[in-house]
Write a protein of this length. Structure first.
Length: 80
């Protein structure tokens, strides 16, 4: 088996940025937090938050840190 095929097989279980963003968005939605509220709380453009929610765009590392700092339940979920 080629090394490229082995690499693909061994890395299929890794989470990517989109997976983490979708997980966090589900957590926020379960809490009833809207896109406008997240944008206001984090002081970022609402368009960027809508991209996370509806366009499957992954969040940046800075946005992830801001979300974890603002929402305790997200921080706990990410740490676990």
């Amino acid at each position: 088996m080629s090394t490229m095929n082995l690499w693909q097989i061994s890395h299929k279980k890794d989470l990517n940025n989109g997976d983490v963003t979708r997980y966090i968005m589900r957590l926020l939605q379960k809490q009833g937090i809207t896109t406008k509220q997240v944008a206001s709380d984090l002081n970022i453009p609402a368009e960027r938050v809508r991209n996370w929610y509806y366009r499957d765009t992954g969040m940046t590392a800075l946005d992830l840190l801001r979300v974890m700092q603002k929402y305790e339940f997200v921080r706990q979920a990410v740490e676990n």
